[in-house]
Design a protein around this ligand. Structure first.
Ligand SMILES: Cc1cc2nc3c(=O)[nH]c(=O)nc-3n(C[C@H](O)[C@H](O)[C@H](O)COP(=O)(O)OP(=O)(O)OC[C@H]3O[C@@H](n4cnc5c(N)ncnc54)[C@H](O)[C@@H]3O)c2cc1C
Ligand code: FES
Length: 277
C-alpha cells in the first residue's frame, strides 16, 4: 500500500500522480514503469515513471483518463492510499552517447520522456524534444523538458502553437530545424508511435518506441502483453517495454489491444465514471 502525496489534473484529462514509495524511488531508472491497482477491487494498470525523488522518497507518473481504472485514479487525492503499487518494472531505456537524439512525445509521453531526456543529456548527447498535442492548452511540462534538452519543438494539430499538423510532417520539420537525429525515441499514444516509426523508416533513423499493451502481472508470467517484434514473440513487460519501432507488428498489436474493449467499457458505465468523458 502507498499513500498519495499529490494527484492533480495538470491539463484537461491528464493527471500527475505522486506517491510515497521510497523503495521504488531508490531503484527507478528512465523508461521503467509501475503497476498499480486504484482500489481493492480494481484491475492492475501500468504507468510509466515520469520522475522520482530519492530524498523525498516519491515517485511520479502522468496518466491520461481513458477508462474505468484511470477514472477511479483521477478521483483519488493527497492522503488517500493505493492498495498495490509494484515497481520499478520493465527494462530501462538504453542510455549511451548516440550523438543526436530526438525524443517525440504525445499524451503521457511528455511526462515519461522527461527522465530519458535528462539521462541522455547527462550522457553527452545533443537531445531535442518534439512534443505534440491537439492544441496548445493540452501541453504540459514544457519548461521542465526545455531545461534538459537542446531545443523543444512544439507541434499542435490546430496550429495554436509551433508547427501545425502531426508527426507526419517529421521529415519536413527535421529539415527546417536542421536536425539529423542518430536515434529517435517515441513515447505516448500508440498511433503516434506507429506513425513516427513509419516516418523514420525511409530516413533510416533507428527508432525506439515504448509499447503499451494490456498487462496483468508485469513480470512475464501471464503472457497477456505479448507482441511480435522482428517476427518473434516478445513480452512487453520483461523484454520491453521499449522495442525497435521498425520491427514491431503494429497491426497485430492494435488488434490484440482492442480485444477486450467491450469488457473494459462495461465497468466504466456501471461505475458512472463515463460521465467524465
Ligand atoms: C508499460 C506501459 C506503460 C504505460 N504508461 C502509461 C502512462 O505513463 N500514462 C498513461 O496514461 N498510460 C500509460 N499506459 C497505458 C495505461 O496502462 C492504460 O491507459 C490503462 O491501463 C487504461 O486503463 P483504464 O481502465 O482506465 O482504461 P481501459 O478501459 O482499459 O481503456 C479505455 C480505452 O482506452 C484505450 N486504451 C487502453 N490502453 C491504452 C493505451 N495504452 N493507449 C491508448 N489507449 C488505450 C482502450 O482501447 C479503450 O478504448 C501504459 C501502458 C503500459 C503497458
Ligand atoms: S504482463 Fe503478464 S507476461 Fe507481461
Amino acid at each position: 500500500m502507498v499513500t498519495i502525496v499529490e494527484r492533480r489534473m495538470i491539463v484537461p484529462n491528464v493527471h500527475l500522480l505522486t506517491v510515497a514509495a521510497p523503495e521504488v524511488a531508490e531503484s527507478a531508472r528512465p523508461g521503467n514503469f509501475i503497476i498499480l491497482r486504484p482500489d481493492e477491487q480494481g484491475e492492475r494498470i501500468p504507468l510509466t515513471i515520469a520522475d522520482w525523488d530519492t530524498a523525498a522518497g516519491t515517485v511520479s507518473s502522468i496518466f491520461v483518463q481513458v477508462g474505468a481504472s484511470t477514472a477511479k485514479l483521477a478521483r483519488l487525492k493527497a492522503g488517500d492510499t493505493i492498495p498495490s503499487y509494484a515497481g520499478p518494472l520493465g527494462n530501462e531505456t538504453e542510455i549511451a552517447n548516440f550523438g543526436t537524439v530526438l525524443l517525440i512525445g504525445g499524451c503521457y509521453g511528455l511526462g515519461s520522456l522527461y527522465p530519458i531526456a535528462r539521462a541522455l543529456t547527462a550522457a553527452g548527447n545533443k537531445v531535442y524534444a518534439m512534443i505534440e498535442a491537439r492544441s496548445s492548452y493540452l501541453l504540459y511540462w514544457q519548461e521542465r523538458l526545455a531545461a534538459v534538452v537542446e531545443r523543444l519543438i512544439v507541434v499542435t494539430r490546430d496550429g495554436s502553437r509551433g508547427y501545425k499538423g502531426h508527426v507526419t510532417r517529421l521529415s519536413e520539420i527535421l529539415a527546417l530545424e536542421k536536425i539529423s537525429p542518430d536515434r529517435v525515441i517515441a513515447h505516448g499514444c500508440t498511433f503516434q508511435m506507429m506513425t513516427v516509426a513509419k516516418e523514420t523508416k525511409p530516413l533510416g533513423i533507428k527508432t525506439i518506441v515504448s509499447m503499451n499493451p494490456i498487462m496483468i502481472d508485469g513480470t512475464g508470467m501471464c503472457g497477456v502483453c505479448r507482441l511480435t517484434v522482428a517476427g518473434q514473440t516478445k513480452f512487453a513487460c520483461v523484454d520491453g517495454p521499449e522495442f525497435d519501432g521498425h520491427e514491431v507488428d503494429w497491426e497485430e498489436f492494435f488488434a490484440r489491444r482492442e480485444g477486450y474493449s467491450a469488457e473494459e467499457n462495461e465497468p466504466l458505465h456501471r461505475s458512472g465514471c463515463a460521465s467524465h468523458f
